[in-house]
Design a protein around this ligand. Sequence first.
Ligand SMILES: CC(C)(COP(=O)(O)OP(=O)(O)OC[C@H]1O[C@@H](n2cnc3c(N)ncnc32)[C@H](O)[C@@H]1OP(=O)(O)O)[C@@H](O)C(=O)NCCC(=O)NCCS
Length: 203
Amino acid sequence: MNQCILRSPKPEDWPEIAELFANSIPNALASSLGRRFGVCYYRHIAEDPEATSIAAFDKAGTLAGIVIGTLNRQRVLRPPFILKLRLLAAAHFRLFSPAFLRWLADSRHTTKRQDSENTQLHAELLMIAIAPGFRGQRLASRLIDELERFFRNKGLNKPYIIHTEKSNHAANIFYEQIGARFAGTNLYHNKQINEWYKTVAQT
Ligand SMILES: CC(C)(COP(=O)(O)OP(=O)(O)OC[C@H]1O[C@@H](n2cnc3c(N)ncnc32)[C@H](O)[C@@H]1OP(=O)(O)O)[C@@H](O)C(=O)NCCC(=O)NCCS
């Protein structure tokens, strides 16, 4: 069992957290829009009143991992206008980068949501990443336990959603191992995205 300390991130932790996400999930659009964008975006979704974030640090204070989850995914999908402006400013000239233009062009390759079972689910595991040197020590499992403690304390009585790229082998095995249920694959901006549902453990 790893010896990391878990706590809420402090404002000064966000640049390191954005760096960890960018390095751990390089295919994500946010990872290609620069650290200022990452700090602004991740901090905003984590500090939403209906969200939580839990970071893990080793004894030397090195960031080992982070999880962000929300009770209300609609608030992440539809950011307020003022935040959109701040994100645009933070992304700066990267909005003309090939990665961003490709993402825009690929928006037509997105599965149209039908009236499926997921429309009634609002909570979501938004992001999780463990720094390479700390993987394989059950740290992500610990962070999930803490996220579920938050969901339980808030009275969540439905499964929460998890999305990850189909090609992310480690993450898909991880979600299966923690007891999530595979619900299908959708196209999102021409990427194959797996959807998982996870029931909050009642311990
Ligand atoms: C996926 C990730 C979060 C797992 O973190 P972790 O702390 O190493 O995971 P755990 O040690 O808690 O693993 C629990 C179980 O998941 C499975 N698992 C985790 N990583 C695995 C891997 N690379 N390959 C195969 N199985 C894996 C194992 O069954 C493991 O149990 P075991 O140790 O008894 O074999 C980590 O690899 C990571 O940060 N990846 C990059 C970021 C990312 O892809 N995030 C998810 C997309 S949002």
